[in-house]
Design a protein around this ligand. Structure first.
Ligand SMILES: NC(=O)c1ccc[n+]([C@@H]2O[C@H](COP(=O)([O-])OP(=O)(O)OC[C@H]3O[C@@H](n4cnc5c(N)ncnc54)[C@H](O)[C@@H]3O)[C@@H](O)[C@H]2O)c1
Length: 483
């Protein structure tokens, strides 16, 4: 398959290039070799994209919501038909195994397009009777939305932002992560093929500076970022200057609590999904695994046995279930955390080493005897590193689970259902799991509290974040004035 796109950007319904932009070398993480060369957007490209979105938005918003929804649902169908080719590309872009990308990326994107396509026509205002007078509300689009993506789920992130934005009648300029710039271009192509007017969804490439230049433009009404907390702080502050709406999907250091009475096999499966899926590069990962003392030895033994089922290798091979890290830099960062874990006295149970040879492979790593103050228990690592912490009581573990600035996700494994619901109510996190971990169906809200975010993606809740209410007062009688 050709990984070099026709051009770097997709604006106003077509591919556009400007070779004056800074070079973006796209590296296949499994080999460390270049698979495409793109260029960051120049100011002229940014201008073209915003002008196109501004113009197209008016037309798009004038369509009936049913017609807009039909385009999104058609785009979902096209994505599903092309799932194989889109998944292969996602694997080249990110290094995630095809075994994952073929079921979790374009498929999740298609679900978002289908869901919000179906919802579009039911996005309505309401009628409020006030005696003879009345107020009606109109739920209107915000205008031009900017989407900025992280590198771990490029297709999914592009669609999770495009689908609700477009369903509400907005236009979008999306900037993928400079690490994984390829897949969003395909989403843009597909939307146009499905009938979206040119300019409704534009993709431009670039590093942080391009993202920053989009946010400060007066034509922009909203910014939706998926990224780290430090970037979120900057983007939120820049958006505040222009009083722009925001959605912030940021990082986490989520707790996963396993009580003695939990089903061991399911708890181990949940901890695997919450630490090693996508080689640990998932924002909602439950990387602080609190294990009650009575089940600790059995948990570690079974976890070690199950990790023997990892098959590392060429991520395009459908039998491979564990890919490389996204980049050399990211692997270096994660190795730094592993060194800290060793230095600070955690017990290395398994893994901990890079894999020699080409590509950015790193072993799945488990630390036990981790304490709350250790660096690996406090900082987001964003790699395949699980920290196992011991605990005695429910009260104690809830307090420790919440003792973090992050609040993206949290999970509990227990056979005691009342305790499970008490824990879910007590967790300071936007997305909670009982007896499972890391599922993100489009029907359910996804997002964080505390430093992990503002707003929600997916579900009907996302509509609130891509639209605004206008109240219209209608008088039926004479106007009374004091003089
Ligand atoms: N909550 C979620 O839904 C979610 C999902 C995936 C990843 N994440 C988080 O993303 C992080 C990993 O992704 P990353 O390394 O790409 O994050 P990052 O914060 O480094 O970059 C995210 C995006 O922001 C852009 N950017 C950087 N500086 C900017 C600025 N000043 N103005 C505007 N844009 C700017 C980058 O170019 C990139 O496109 C982790 O912290 C992870 O937890 C969160």
């Amino acid at each position: 398959m050709t990984t070099q796109p026709t051009a770097s950007h997709f604006i106003d319904g077509q591919y556009v290039e400007d070779t004056a932009g800074e070079v973006i070398d796209v590296i296949y993480p499994a080999t460390g070799k270049s698979i495409a060369t793109l260029h960051a957007a120049t100011p002229a490209i940014v201008e073209q994209a915003l002008a196109s979105a501004k113009r197209a938005q008016k037309e798009w918003a004038s369509w009936t919501a049913t017609d807009r929804g039909r385009v999104l649902r058609k785009a979902a169908d096209i994505m599903r038909e092309r799932n194989h080719e889109l998944s292969v590309l996602e694997t080249y872009d990110t290094g995630k195994p095809y075994q994952e990308t073929s079921v979790a990326d374009a498929t999740s994107g298609a679900e978002a397009l289908e869901y919000f396509g179906g919802l579009a026509a039911s996005i309505t205002g309401e009628h409020i009777q006030l005696g003879e007078d009345f107020v009606y509300t109109r739920r209107e689009p915000l205008g031009v939305c900017v989407g900025i993506g992280a590198w771990n789920y490029p297709t999914q992130i592009a669609c999770w932002k495009a689908a609700p934005a477009l369903a509400c009648g907005n236009a979008m300029v999306f900037k993928p992560s400079e690490m994984t710039p390829l897949c969003a271009l395909k989403v843009a192509e597909i939307l146009v093929e499905a009938g979206a007017p040119a300019g409704v969804y534009n993709v431009i490439q670039g590093y942080g500076a391009v993202g920053a230049s989009l946010i400060s433009d007066p034509r922009v009404d909203k910014v939706s970022l998926t990224g780290s907390v430090p970037t979120g702080r900057k983007v939120y502050a820049a958006a505040a200057e222009g009083m722009r709406h925001v959605t912030m999907e940021l990082g986490g250091k989520s707790p996963l609590v396993i009580f003695d009475d939990a089903d061991l096999e399911n708890a181990v499966s949940g901890a695997i999904l919450g630490n090693f899926y996508s080689t640990g590069q998932v924002c909602s990962n439950g990387t602080r695994v609190f294990v009650q003392k009575g089940i600790k030895d059995a948990f570690l033994k079974r976890m070690t046995e199950r990790l023997a089922g990892i098959k590392m290798g060429d991520p395009q091979d459908p039998d491979v279930n564990f890919g490389p890290m996204v980049s050399e830099r990211q692997r270096d960062i994660v190795e730094g955390f592993i060194a800290k874990g060793n230095e600070e006295g955690a017990t290395l149970v398994t893994g901990g080493k890079r894999v020699d040879g080409e590509g950015f492979y790193l072993e799945a790593t488990v630390f036990a005897d981790v304490t709350d103050g250790m660096t690996i228990a406090r900082d987001e690592i964003f790699g395949p590193v699980m920290s196992v912490l011991d605990f005695d009581t429910e009260e104690e573990v809830l307090e420790r689970a919440n003792a973090t600035e992050f609040g993206l996700a949290a999970g509990v494994f227990t056979a005691d259902l009342t305790r499970a619901h008490r824990m879910a109510a007590g967790f300071e996190a936007g997305t909670c799991y009982i007896n499972t971990y890391n599922l993100a169906p489009v029907e359910a809200p996804f997002g964080g509290s505390k430093m992990s975010g503002v707003g929600r993606e997916n579900s009907k809740a996302a509509i609130e974040h891509y639209s605004q209410i206008k109240g219209v007062y209608v008088a039926m009688g004479e106007v009374e004035a004091p003089f």
